[in-house]
Design a protein around this ligand. Structure first.
Ligand code: MF3
Ligand code: CO
Ligand code: CO
Length: 258
């Protein structure tokens, strides 16, 4: 793993802002009657407007037989991650939609995701989203020099399980920087505090809890090389930020200034 310089982290933050603004535009456009492909097209335009290249488009991850053919992953209801945008997926009132993308500005990347509800949310869905996002933030707080990755993982796991939701074991966050998935850093969403990789200034990685409203089991959607769905059909949620460990603490590169 290569640690990033402060200048490289600043460059990743430029990509991070483009990614965050793009997610915001997608969220604003997500309405009943719209297709997920329409959201993909908005993302392509927004990324271009911010001088960013869609890093997922034609990206070929090690874990897949085939390259990915879209700028975004759009995961509806029981899909947790890697849903492919489609002309035939029409968004309906009450749908729970994960939006995930990676922006590349001059070779520096940032990866971020949110999950939204279209229209009114049930109490349980609202709680699922609040808890998943809060788990991400609790993980972020632990991303400091001198801590261990297990501190991040354990913080995520505790808040999810305390609320009765399922932490998916098979999927983790990852190193990010000049590639979407950089080797040497793995960010599980469960684990023991005080264990795992020692965190150092210059590390950059994604913290991305993937949570189910029911049991934590997942499977691949039959006939789809990408979509990961919950095994029990329950709703899935996913939030993601790209974080840098700095001498001043965790720096969230994909958060918009409040
Ligand atoms: N953005 C995803 C992540 O958080 C990566 C999508 S992988 C792809 O790791 F294969 F779909 F591109
Ligand atoms: Co992502
Ligand atoms: Co990621």
């Amino acid at each position: 793993m290569r640690l990033k310089t402060p200048g490289e982290i600043d460059a990743m933050a430029v990509a991070g802002q483009a990614a965050a603004k793009t997610l915001h535009a997608m969220k604003a456009a997500a309405a009943a009657g719209t297709t997920t492909m329409a959201l993909e097209m908005i993302a392509r335009e927004e990324l271009a407007r911010h001088g960013a290249r869609p890093a997922l488009l034609d990206y070929h991850p090690r874990f897949s037989r085939v390259p990915y053919r879209f700028a975004t992953c759009i995961s509806v209801n029981d899909e947790v991650i890697h849903g492919q945008p489609s002309e035939t997926t029409v968004i309906r009132e009450g749908d729970v939609i994960g939006l995930d993308l990676v922006a590349d500005v001059d070779g520096w990347l940032a990866d971020t995701a949110i999950t939204i509800v279209v229209g009114a949310a049930s109490v349980k869905v609202q709680r699922l989203l609040t808890v998943t996002q809060e788990a991400m933030w609790q993980g972020v707080r632990k991303a400091v020099s001198g801590a261990r990755m297990g501190d991040v993982s354990n913080a995520v796991q505790r808040i999810v399980e305390r609320n009765g939701f399922g932490v998916i074991r098979e999927l983790s966050g990852h190193g990010v920087g000049s590639e979407v998935h950089e080797e040497g850093i793995d960010v599980p969403n469960f684990g023991r505090a005080g264990k795992g990789l020692p965190l150092q200034v210059g590390m950059t990685f994604c913290i991305e809890p993937m949570v189910t409203a029911g049991s934590p089991g997942i499977k691949h959607r039959p006939g789809d090389p990408w979509a990961v769905v919950t095994r029990d059909g329950s709703i899935g949620a996913h939030f993601e930020h790209t974080v840098a460990v700095t001498s001043e603490g965790p720096r969230v590169l994909t958060a918009l200034p409040s």
